[in-house]
Design a protein around this ligand. Structure first.
Ligand SMILES: CC(C)(COP(=O)(O)OP(=O)(O)OC[C@H]1O[C@@H](n2cnc3c(N)ncnc32)[C@H](O)[C@@H]1OP(=O)(O)O)[C@@H](O)C(=O)NCCC(=O)NCCS
Length: 183
């Protein structure tokens, strides 16, 4: 019998997406707003990234699950951390390395040889071409595209539809095509 997965989340979008993926996978699950002491397997789907990161860090890796949509494609040689969510028709390419807590929304692409820092978020349809490296907690807006071989510093945001063609600094916001630093 498959163990019940506990999805820890509020009423937010991540918890709803996680529940839908679990349902499609035929994975029995329950929703809970606090970490249960006894559950074997947990997926943390709290929207707030600070809270989510803290909960993930507090749990042994063995208790954390990944949720990969049945219509996503993940290369067999990609390395995924824990508590990773991959949405419908998203791609994790060959030899990609994906950190703990990464969320790759529907139709997004983490292409070959990417190294994606923990707790990075890819909006719907975002494309990271090959050999892209991101720091931790990067936020890639929906439909943004990142040129092959580009690096993005930790905690940086790319706006919706941005086209990043040069390395991006940490703790910054970039928008437009070609993407420019805001502020
Ligand atoms: C980049 C972003 C974070 C900036 O938010 P913000 O700090 O509140 O910025 P503002 O809305 O005040 O806009 C500041 C300026 O940047 C411009 N701007 C904002 N977002 C932009 C974008 N995506 N592309 C181009 N220009 C943008 C605004 O037009 C404004 O320009 P102005 O000063 O000339 O009027 C936000 O606009 C964004 O794109 N978020 C991503 C959302 C997303 O894709 N989520 C994923 C869903 S799956």
């Amino acid at each position: 019998m498959t163990d019940t997965l506990v999805i820890v989340g509020d009423d937010g979008i991540l918890a709803r997406q996680a529940s839908e993926i679990a349902r499609l996978l035929g994975q029995p699950f329950s929703l809970c707003d606090e970490v249960p002491r006894e559950a074997q397997r947990i997926f943390v789907a709290v929207d707030d990234v600070d809270a989510r990161e803290a909960i993930i860090a507090s749990l042994p890796q063995a208790r954390l699950a990944n949720l990969i949509h049945p219509r996503a494609w993940t290369s067999p040689d990609a390395e995924l951390g824990k508590n990773v969510m991959v949405g419908a028709n998203a791609i994790i390419g060959m030899n990609a390395t994906v950190g703990d807590g990464v969320v790759a929304n529907a139709l997004s692409s983490i292409e070959h040889d990417n190294v994606i820092g923990a707790h990075t978020f890819l909006g719907t349809g975002a494309i990271l071409c090959g050999n892209v490296i991101t720091g931790e907690r990067v936020f890639i807006g929906g439909g943004a595209t990142v040129k092959p071989g580009t690096s993005i510093g930790a905690r940086t945001t790319l706006g919706t539809g941005a086209v990043l063609v040069k390395d991006a600094d940490p703790d910054s916001v970039y928008v437009g095509n070609p993407a420019r630093r805001l502020g």
